[in-house]
Design a binder for this molecule. Sequence first.
Ligand SMILES: [Zn+2]
Length: 319
Amino acid sequence: MRKISKIAFVGIVFLAIMVAAPSMVGVAQSFLSNNNINENVENIQEENPDGNYIDQNKEVEEGAEETISEKESEESEEEFEEEINDKVEDNSEEFDSRKKVFLTFDDGPSSLTPEVLEILENNNVKATFFTIGKSVEQKPELVKQTYDEGHMVLPHTYSHKYSIYSSFESYYKDLELAEQAIEDVLDFKIPKILRFPGGSSNHSSFEYGGKQFMPQLTKDIKNKGYYYIDWNVLSGDASFDYDKKDKLISNVINGAKNKDFIVILFHDTARNTAMAEALPEIISELKNQEYAFRTFRDITEEELDKMVELKLANKPIIR
Ligand SMILES: [Zn+2]
């Protein structure tokens, strides 16, 4: 009996193990099924029912490692790109959102030019000079110095007579002479950027070419690929207040209020000593207000587009 019961016991245990084993595997599998790797294994097993699971798994693991390392490197590349983008964005934000000022001086060169250049140099800012061709011919060294010190020299007119607005022919002849005068000094082809005498919407042209002259001329010169530049801040240094330093300062500071992209009009003329005196304070205040000082020498496409948008360049004249 004992022997029989022993055999029976062993038999029962054996049977129990046989019965329990598959469900234990099931438990183990269900436990592992929370694991991604096991899911992969299962997927492989499903996809490759007759394959060598171990080898497949090994490949999968290696593959997974590759995938992970690829992913990691992709991620790090992405991060790197992101960093660069951030940097670019930061820079562009810093650059683009930064307030910009273009200091422009018309009607030079003059006996005041050396003083203006010295002030710009001392304050480490660059500017643009829309010059009179006749004076350029008379003071070539000063024009050369202006450019050599990092500023831009562009045409305003050759004669500064409003009779140039009598016909397209007389206007373009004047412009050509003005460009030639600068190019003779600087010895390179200057860009097609200019400032009209009196600005693009001047009334001085009325008595020569008529009321429709500037609307027609501006259209034509734009088609020729030129940018004509106006301003949105007046210093007032060509007005009756030209000799009142404090008035010139307040004109500029008030004019710049709530504007983050400004082109300021100054005049580089012999009588404008008050403007020269005002200049350091104006520059200092604009620096305090975090304006970046820009010129037409290194102006970007983006800045030119912005100028057109703000009607500081190529303003359509409709009358
Ligand atoms: Zn002028």
